[in-house]
Write a new protein. Structure first.
Length: 378
């Protein structure tokens, strides 16, 4: 008989058959294994690093990631299309595919080499990546069919954003095949189907990331003693069968994403439409986050204490909240290393205002440092 620790102070007794099934799952689907103490998937803690400056990086530090509500991610795309008056899905898909290719190359080093040397392993390569998509809260992805060197079809029912996930799939296939590809998607039998046609040429070159050099920080995380993941991450619930991550604080579903592609697409839109896009995007993000706040409880009331309520920015990889303090009309805050200035400004303004009518503005006062000013309306 086998005993398995389920959580701190709790043990779960497994039957011999259940223990054998667990071992098979761990062997054939290693990305779905979870820490016995905290319940966070092992691939999350093993393949990512929480830095003391409010950033989350892939294990080889090639990619920066954030944890963000699915509705906010999809809402950013829809708002960008509304502002521009054009369909931007292809831009977001291609931009996301390039940073997804970098992420897959860093995550699947051994498997990618094996798949290149032994083509029969390539379907298995994509099946493992589908499991990783489940762990990251992107989708309940599965390989429907694979024709070596020609086509792969991925299906899912719970997708965080169709254009973005199409880019994730496209980047994964280009990493696995070493060739350019194109992706199309449609509805079939109640699920999204992503069909990737594999070409003959080389994948597109990587774009210039243009990321700022992060400022140092002094964040100290309380971590799981077994897997090392920061303790706040244990407040997420992983439903890997449905490809969902749920934040138990507000009941919202979130996803863990590399942000280079999102930021690249944002810069392209900003170049087309002008700097006023920053203001519109920040206002839209604040409005979306405002819908989450009624389900949250805040422990601090004084303006100078609200920096503690912004700590979620750090463990989600969004930036490092330095201070909040009162002003004549409201609250001023500093956030270092924001992953995207208008998005982080909108999120922070929503949390500082806490449902009260307000106006806000921000500025990049130096590389990697943002000052946000919230003014309450009387």
């Amino acid at each position: 008989m086998v005993w398995e620790r389920e959580s701190e102070g709790t043990e779960k007794r497994l039957t011999a058959g259940g223990a054998w099934s667990t071992r098979l799952t761990a062997f054939f689907r290693p990305f779905l294994r979870k820490c016995r103490d905290c319940g966070v998937p092992i691939s999350v803690s093993r393949n990512h690093i929480w830095k003391e400056n409010g950033t989350v990086l892939s294990r080889d530090s090639s990619q920066r990631l954030v944890v963000m509500e699915r509705d906010v991610i999809d809402g950013i795309l829809h708002k960008a299309e509304e502002i521009s008056g054009e369909t931007l899905a292809p831009l977001f898909t291609r931009a996301k595919s390039i940073d997804a290719r970098v992420y897959v190359n860093s995550l699947m080093v051994g498997w990618r080499k094996a798949a290149a040397a032994y083509p029969l392993l390539r379907r298995r390569f994509y099946e493992l990546l589908c499991d990783q998509a489940r762990v990251l809260g992107m989708a309940d992805a599965r390989v429907i069919s694979y024709r070596r060197g020609r086509e792969i079809v991925i299906g899912c029912t719970h997708c965080y954003s169709v254009p973005f996930f199409a880019g994730d799939i496209l980047g994964a296939v280009e990493a696995g095949e070493g060739r350019e590809a194109r992706v199309e998607y449609h509805e079939e039998n109640g699920e999204k189907r992503f069909v990737v046609d594999i070409g003959r040429g080389r994948p597109p070159d990587q774009y210039e990331l243009e990321e700022e050099r992060p400022l140092p920080g002094k964040i100290e995380y309380r971590c799981c003693s077994r897997c090392g993941v920061p303790f706040p991450m244990t407040f997420f619930v992983w439903d890997t069968e449905r490809g969902l991550i749920v934040d138990t604080h507000n009941g919202e579903t979130v996803a863990i994403l590399d942000i280079a592609g999102m930021n690249y697409a944002y810069r392209q839109i900003r170049e087309r439409l002008g700097e006023h896009v920053d203001r519109l995007l920040a206002l839209e993000v604040k409005a979306m986050v405002d819908t989450v706040l009624p389900r949250l409880e805040f422990k601090r009331e004084r303006p100078e204490e609200r920096v503690h309520d912004l700590f979620f920015l750090a463990y989600r990889g969004m930036g490092n909240p330095i201070f909040t303090k009162p002003t004549d009309q409201g609250i001023k805050a500093w956030v270092e290393n924001p992953f995207n200035y208008p998005v982080v400004a909108g999120i922070t303004a929503s949390f500082l205002a806490r449902g009260k009518p307000c106006d806000f503005d921000w500025e990049r006062i130096s590389p990697g440092r943002m000052e946000l000013r919230v003014r309450f309306l009387r």
